[in-house]
Structure formats: C-alpha cells, structure tokens
Design a binder for this molecule. Sequence first.
Ligand SMILES: CC(C)(COP(=O)(O)OP(=O)(O)OC[C@H]1O[C@@H](n2cnc3c(N)ncnc32)[C@H](O)[C@@H]1OP(=O)(O)O)[C@@H](O)C(=O)NCCC(=O)NCCS
Length: 193
Amino acid sequence: MTPPVLPGEMVRLRPIEARDADRLWDSLHDPEGMRLTGTTTSFTREQIDEWTATVADRDGRFDWAITPGAVRDGELVSDELIGEIVLNEIDPVSRSANLRLQMLPDYRGRGYGREAIEHVLRFAFATAREDGGPRLHRVGLDVLTINPRAKALYASLGFVEEGRLRDVYRDGDTWSDAIVMSILEDEFREHQR
Ligand SMILES: CC(C)(COP(=O)(O)OP(=O)(O)OC[C@H]1O[C@@H](n2cnc3c(N)ncnc32)[C@H](O)[C@@H]1OP(=O)(O)O)[C@@H](O)C(=O)NCCC(=O)NCCS
C-alpha cells in the first residue's frame, strides 16, 4: 500500500521508490545492521531493484524511506534515503501490525530513529477522521538481546515487553534471544501526553 508522506523536523518519511535501490543494497551489506536485525537472507541486486520499484503496490504493508527533514530556503536539503521503516503483517481484523526499521550506519545515534518511529505510530494509531491511516490497535516487534540500543529506544517510546524467544536468531557461531514487545493504541496516546 502506498504510504503517505509523513513530514517532520529531523526526518521526513516518503514511499520507497526505484531510485532507493543503491542505498538499500548497501544497507543489506552492512555487517552490524545484519547482525543486529538477525538478517541471514541474501538478495540479488535484481531482487532489490524489483522490490524498490514495486513495494509501494504491495498489500498488507507500508514501506517508507526515511529521509532528512532539513529545509533550506524553503527546499529540502536532501531527499535521499538514510534509513527505512516498515509497518508490515497488517491484519485488518485484529488491527495489528509488525514494525521494523534500520538506519544507514552513518545516521545512527542521532535521534532520527526515534522521530521516525513516532511519526509511524501516530499514523498507525490515527483514527479514520484524522488521516485515513490503518487505525491499528497493536504494533508489535521483536528485538534481539544483542541490540540494547534498539530495545532501550522502544521501551522509551512506550513499547512493553511481552516475552522472550530463546535462541531464536543465529549470531555467528552462537545464538541470540529475542524480546517480543508491543504498544497498544491507548498506551501510545497516554505516552504522547
Ligand atoms: C536501532 C536504530 C533503528 C535506532 O535508531 P537511531 O536513530 O540510531 O536511534 P536514536 O538515536 O533515535 O536513539 C537511540 C537511543 O538509544 C540510546 N542508546 C544508544 N546506545 C545504547 C546502548 N548501547 N544501550 C542502551 N541505549 C542506547 C540512545 O541514548 C538513544 O536514547 P535517547 O533517545 O533516549 O537519547 C538504529 O540504531 C539502527 O538502525 N541500528 C541497526 C539496525 C537495528 O538495530 N534495527 C532495529 C532492529 S529491532
């Protein structure tokens, strides 16, 4: 589903497009990002080209490019992808979805990830009259225990720990647990006050 542009102060979210293929390809070859997200699948360049060109048309998900929000003389300084954020596995019956995101290595630890999640949750939980979002009730995710930065960030945004999946991801020669977390619509609204 084609996501709306979500403008912000530090970041601006826009739909993923074919021109994002180079940067997404690079992010798929970032060893730290792969390790921290438990990514083991490898993709061909053709698959990435096809994905970026068509993902906006796929059902059950919204994929955004995170781009800089900075404006100079009324114009965006850059519209290049610096990360991606995705609401997938959208189930309209339970009104739930999964969230995942990844910043490119040079753009981590600067507050961009936090702001991007806030924009997506605002859209995810918006009531129909507000902006035609998916009106979700629950947004969930799982985070590897080797990724304390991401886990702390989610907790500070109001995500609640639900449980632990033991040894569910490979980490080199060993394994990592994952913590299952979620935030419900009322918790998000309460957290925004
Ligand atoms: C996880 C990720 C998306 C977060 O985005 P980001 O822009 O780097 O995060 P932010 O700068 O907005 O915030 C990071 C927070 O974690 C805190 N933090 C940083 N390192 C930390 C650590 N080792 N332990 C605990 N907290 C840490 C920061 O202080 C900051 O908290 P604050 O907002 O209260 O100051 C990004 O780092 C990333 O892409 N990492 C690699 C891929 C990944 O891990 N994806 C998530 C998979 S679940």
